[in-house]
Design a protein around this ligand. Structure first.
Ligand code: IMP
Ligand code: MG
Length: 185
């Protein structure tokens, strides 16, 4: 590990904090909101956040892809769509990291096209300085001001490390050891 970015305790505190704010905001609305997890990276965050949100919500999952290894490709493909009705409902999109903003821009437009009443965006991390398209993020766990590649708590390197309960910056040696695992050496 090169640097710890967020401990599990800090992550749970973020979930409590954002959960309370969301509850306040949603309590004034009619109809059930749909909380949508952006697979696969936001799965861990989604679980803790939905448990911290003490109210009736529908939960759903969407899968898109734009990243390969440690870099974004710039084009977003929809791999799996949501199954609940979106039309007329408030959608809370739960994402792990916002980087260029291309993925979230795609998702916001996707839910708007499906007739969402409102799209609320929640992200655990925001790499604001990497933005290529302007997107409105409503709630953020932590803003990052340096370009770092993160793993753990849903964030992966080639599919590994999602099961680690905290977020950190791996060393070059760690990345190489994971390459060896993936390539079966
Ligand atoms: P964007 O479309 O460039 O904003 O990229 C956002 C997507 O990239 C998110 O869904 C993340 O899963 C992924 N991503 C961004 N930064 C990292 C990182 O540091 N580690 C792992 N995945 C990341
Ligand atoms: Mg992701």
């Amino acid at each position: 590990m090169e640097e710890l970015i967020m401990s599990n305790r800090e992550i749970l505190d973020v979930c409590e904090d954002i959960g309370a704010k969301l509850k306040d905001r949603l309590a004034k609305q009619d109809g059930v909101p749909v909380m949508v997890c952006v697979m696969k990276g936001a799965v861990n965050f989604m679980v803790n956040l939905m448990e911290a949100l003490d109210m009736d919500i529908l939960t759903d999952y969407i899968q898109v892809s734009s990243w390969q290894g440690t870099a974004s490709t710039g084009t977003v493909t929809l791999k799996r769509d949501v199954t609940h009705r979106i039309k007329g409902r408030t959608i809370i999109v739960v994402e792990d990291v916002i980087d260029s903003g291309i993925t979230m821009d795609f998702l916001i437009k996707h839910f708007q096209e499906m007739g969402a009443r409102e799209v609320i965006v929640v992200a655990l991390f925001d790499k604001t300085f990497k933005r290529k398209v302007n997107v409105k993020i409503d709630y953020v766990g932590k803003v990052l001001t340096e370009d770092k590649f993160l793993v753990g708590y849903g964030l992966d390197y080639r599919g590994l490390l999602r099961n680690v309960p905290f977020v950190y910056v791996p060393s070059k040696d760690e990345l190489e050891s994971w390459d060896a695992i993936i390539e079966g050496r």
